[in-house]
Ligand binder design. Structure first.
Ligand code: NAD
Ligand code: ZN
Length: 266
């Protein structure tokens, strides 16, 4: 793996590892880019097939759901079908490994994600989800949680595009996702703000840093004295970043985390 990284990048990874080893509190924000190598398209990737003519921003909104609930529900069922067989990649696994080793290296790590997939959890991490969960549903009117037969654990996944009526109020069931124009879950946002304001290092992995308020977390960390590390093959124009690792997360994270946990300088 190290052989795939350029000498310049290896030196930067070394620098990042040094910073991370001396940090006590680390706040990590991940975005769609960390799941790209697992085969889940980011929002900036053009949609394919049936959905080619739609922009994600025009489907993931309360206005879109009010206008055409069937269209939006069908799109999410299609996304679920696209994501259901995807597995964590080396970046998710490296973060999980670091989280589980963190107590023994006297570090406190808060992992915050903008992703709605569950690849961090599949890798064994605990993550704070700012934008909700692709696999959960709730009522668009009364907010009650909707579970599709919770006892049928072995039931094949159902990607039916038929709208579902809420058993409580009869309105439509929607995915439990924070759409454009909606506010973030209060508890998750509070955890994120506290972790960002009180960390030594803030790491931003695979996010375009365009979607607020999540994009403001790095600024909050910086204002409170943290150093900011970004991992993104297309570095963002963010002015708060101190160190950029311009590479794919799946290539760079295992090397970086190995250096942090095992203090290895290979
Ligand atoms: P984004 O699509 O705006 O940006 C993705 C970023 O990842 C880009 O800057 C890109 O250069 C970078 N990237 C691409 N491949 C990478 C790799 N291999 N390693 C590291 N970085 C890589 O995504 P965002 O910033 O997360 O914000 C958009 C919104 O999209 C979020 O609200 C999120 O909820 C939603 N979303 C989630 C998923 C998911 O759950 N997997 C997928 C698509 C969109
Ligand atoms: Zn309801």
């Amino acid at each position: 793996m190290v052989a795939e990284l350029s000498a310049e990048l290896i030196a930067q990874v070394q620098q990042a590892a040094q910073l991370l080893r001396s940090a006590k509190r680390i706040c990590i924000l991940t975005g769609a880019g960390i799941s790209a190598e697992s085969g889940i398209p980011t929002f900036r990737d053009k949609q394919t097939g049936l959905w080619e003519k739609f922009r994600a921003e025009d489907l993931a909104s309360p206005v879109a759901f009010a206008r055409d609930p069937k269209l939006v529900w069908s799109w999410y069922q299609w996304r679920r079908q696209l994501v259901h067989d995807k597995a964590p990649n080396p970046a998710h696994r490296a973060l999980a490994q670091w989280q589980s080793a963190s107590a023994s290296v006297q570090q406190h790590i808060t992992l915050i994600t903008q992703n709605v997939d569950d690849l961090h959890e599949q890798a064994g991490s605990e993550a704070v989800h700012l934008h909700g969960h692709l696999w959960k549903n709730r009522c668009s009117q009364c907010d009650s949680v909707y579970e599709d037969d919770p006892n049928a654990k072995d039931k094949p996944l159902d990607f039916d595009e038929q709208l579902i009526a809420c058993p409580q109020c009869g309105d439509y069931i929607r995915p439990d996702i924070v759409w454009f124009g909606e506010s973030l879950p209060v508890a998750a946002w509070q955890t994120a703000e506290e972790a960002a304001a009180d960390c030594d290092i803030f790491m931003s992995i695979g996010t375009s840093s365009l979607v607020y308020p999540a994009a403001g977390l790095a600024q909050l960390a910086k204002q409170n004295g943290a150093q900011i590390i970004e991992i993104n093959p297309n570095p963002t124009p963010s002015t708060v970043v101190d160190l950029t690792l311009a590479a794919k997360a799946g290539a760079v994270m295992p090397v970086l985390i190995d250096k942090v946990i095992n203090k290895s300088d290979k």
